[in-house]
Design a protein around this ligand. Sequence first.
Ligand SMILES: NC(=O)c1ccc[n+]([C@@H]2O[C@H](COP(=O)([O-])OP(=O)(O)OC[C@H]3O[C@@H](n4cnc5c(N)ncnc54)[C@H](OP(=O)(O)O)[C@@H]3O)[C@@H](O)[C@H]2O)c1
Length: 302
Amino acid sequence: MGFKSRLANKGPELSKVIAGVMKWGQWGAKLDTSDMARLIEQCVENEITSFDHADIYGGYTTEAEFGKAFAETSLKRDQVQLITKCGICYPCDERPEFGIKSYNTTKQYIIDAVDKSLENLKTKYIDVLLIHRPSPLMDLHEIAEAFGTLKAAGKVWYFGVSNFSTTQFDNLHSHVPLVTNQIEASLLQLDAFTNGTLDQCQRYHFKPMIWSPMGGGKLFEESDDFEFVQRRGRLKEVADKYGWALDEMAYLFLLHHPIRMFPVTGSSKLERIMLAKEAFEKQITNEQWFEIWTASTGQRVP
Ligand SMILES: NC(=O)c1ccc[n+]([C@@H]2O[C@H](COP(=O)([O-])OP(=O)(O)OC[C@H]3O[C@@H](n4cnc5c(N)ncnc54)[C@H](OP(=O)(O)O)[C@@H]3O)[C@@H](O)[C@H]2O)c1
């Protein structure tokens, strides 16, 4: 199986590290086609074969840039796994029809969004489709119907959600099998560890994908927020004590959890994406994990 793992009992095999492309295009590094093609190839050469998209990334431009870049590589479609998301309506140049930022999870919207993603990514199928955010107006029957139609047409192989509460996940999962919940977790965002999200993953035998594992880059940015600076200072002290870099410690902390989550990296630099993979080769102790936890919360556990 190499550097792959199954996302759920009846789910796809993905690389244990997923390369997130949100900041590869217009929302970040603005890689040109040949640099993006090279980065895709380098990821695959290093066994990072799964890529995380959303239709909105780059203001609806990154999927198409990736599709164009992928076509310039010598890779075949079945050497990679493509994850994408839909459901957020984001007003921008590419979508002048959207008046304000909103969510749409109707059957027709989901089906049309997938057709656009397929066209942009220049592919016949999406490996995993996620509903990007729970909408207060979700109709679970409609979402399930959309998923059924897309599966029957061979356009999407597996389905999941992102940013869903445990109740929202449960409700949709009772209509249609879901293989993941893509959620935020990091040294700076600990909610998933205590709000039941990770427990639910264990109960249903699926693994979460973790977005913003570096706190969206906040871990490294200048800040004049006193509490944040103190928090980062405490985290840095633990990292220094064990000779870890802060980014390394951020991955070690996530990967210590028994659920074996899939980190979704955010960098557009190969060496930083590879840090996530390298973290699989190291282990921390239970006490070290709690030392990090205590540094992050600023409080000893009760
Ligand atoms: N489902 C959702 O709602 C959702 C939301 C947000 C993101 N995502 C997904 O999750 C992926 C990751 O999210 P993210 O971009 O927030 O991830 P992240 O890894 O937390 O943050 C990435 C940012 O941190 C910087 N960075 C990383 N390592 C660094 C280091 N050692 N030193 C200094 N800067 C460093 C990167 O800059 P460089 O590029 O310069 O390295 C980049 O700007 C996205 O690409 C997307 O696929 C999903």
